[in-house]
Design a protein around this ligand. Sequence first.
Ligand SMILES: Cc1ncc(COP(=O)(O)O)c(C=O)c1O
Length: 485
Amino acid sequence: MMWSRIIKNSITLGQTRIASSLVPGEPECPDIKTDLPGPESKKLRKELGAMQETGSVEVFGDYDKSIGNYFVDADGNIFLDAFCQISCVSVGYNHPELLKVFNDEHNMKCMINRPALAVFPGITWPKRIQNLLSQISPCLPNMTLMMCGTCSNENAFKNIFIAYQRKKRGENVDFSEEEKKTCVLNKPPGSPNLSILSFLNAFHGRTMASLATTHSKYIQKIDLPSLNWPIAHFPMYKYPLEENKRENDEEDQKCLAEVEDLIEQYDKCGVPVAGIIVEPIQSEGGNNEASPHFFQELQKTAKRHGAYLLLDEVQTGGGGTGRFWCHEYFDLETPPDLVTFSKKMQLGGYFHTLELTPKLPSRVFNTWMGDPGKVILLENIIRIIGEQNLLEVVQNTGKKLKCNLHDFEKEFCHLIDSVRGPGTFLAFNAKSVKIRDQIIRNMKCKGVMCGGCGIQGVRLRPALIFQEHHADIFLAKLREVLMEL
Ligand SMILES: Cc1ncc(COP(=O)(O)O)c(C=O)c1O
C-alpha cells in the first residue's frame, strides 16, 4: 500500500532524528497572560460581530506568530494546541518547508490563477493528480476533488446514486423521455427513491443530503427538512475493551443485524439503500470506535445488497490515527468503494472505484472542483510526513499519551473513564457534561487546547508533529486540572 511507502522512505531519517522539536522556533511551554478571551480578542469579536454571527468564536489567532504545536492568540497568549483547528493542522503552524512553497514562481502562479478545474485544468494538473493517487490513494484508482468535507460527502452520494441507477438500467440503455421529464420536477422515475444508510451519532456535514446522514446534535438539524433515510445504531463499546470483549462482540452483532434489517425494510418500501456512509471512528459524535470485524462484516453486507460503502475519513484521514487512513486498521477484503477526505488534507475530495465514475460529463460538477494552491500544500505535507517520519511520531506519542491517560483513569476514576483511540486520535469520557466542560475550560486557562466530542467526551487532535515532550506538557497540565477538580 502506498502509505507504507511513506513510512519506509523515512525510516532512515527517523533513526537519526533528534529529540528536539520538528518545527524549529517553538516556545518551550504554554504561556497565558490574560483572562480568556483576552481584551484584544474581545475587541475583535465585537468588531466582527457587527457584521457576522460570532457565537462560536473563542479567540482570534495570530497566524504570523503561531508556530509548530503552539497557537498564539491576538493577546499574545501561547497555547499548546492539541485540537488544531478541529483536527485540520497537519504539520503544525508555519512549518518552514511550507513557508517556502509559494516562493516558487510556478507554484505561486498556480495559486493566483485559480482555474475552473473541470473545464480549464492547467498543464501540470494530470501529473499532480497522478502523483497524489500514487502516493496516498487507499488503492482506489480515481479521485474527485471538492472544497470541504461536507461537499465531498454530498457529491460522493451523487456518484453512488448515478452508479446505482446505471447498474439497474444496464450499461447501454439511455434515459427514457419520462425520466428526463420527471427529474426536472423532482419526481420518480427521473428522481428515483433511493437512500443512503447512516449511523446514529454520525457527523457527515451540514448541507441537505449530508445533513440527512448526520445524527449528532439537534442544533445542527432543527427546523431543516430532511430525508427519511435509514439510520442504524453504531456500536457503543464498554471500556476497557479487553475486559468487555463478549459484550462488545454482541454489540457488533446487534448493530450489523440492524443494518441488514433496515436494508431489507427500505427495499420492501421501494426506497432501496444505494450506499452506506460510515466514519472509521465517529469523531464529532464521541470518538466512538468499532472493531475491524464490524467493518469487515459491514462491507460484506453492503456488497451482498449491491450498496456502495463510503468511508468518511474527513476527520480520521491524513495520519492522526498513526496510519495515513484509519481504515487501514480494518484489513478489509477489498478497498471501500469511496473514501472522502478534507481537514488535514487541506481540501475536500474523495477516492473511488472506476465503477463510481460517471460516464457523462458535468453530472458531478462545480466551478472549482478543487484548488491547485491547496493541492500544492498537500503535496508538500505528504513529503514532510515522509521526511520527518511523522506517522511513526504519531504512533510513539500516541502510545505515551494513551498509557498515561490509562493511569489517569485509574487515579481519577471519579472523574474520567473510557480512554480510547489509535495514534494521537484519542479521547476519554468525563463522568458528567459539567466535568467535561470544566476540564476543557481549565486546560485552556492553563494554555492547552483540546476539544469536546459526543455527550461527555474530551478529544485530542494534535498535529502530526506533536512529540513526546509535547505529550509530557499536555499530561502534566491535565493532571493538574484533574487534581484541582
Ligand atoms: C467525519 C466528518 N465528515 C464530514 C465533516 C464535514 O466537514 P466540513 O466541516 O469540512 O464540511 C466533518 C467535520 O467535522 C467530519 O468530522
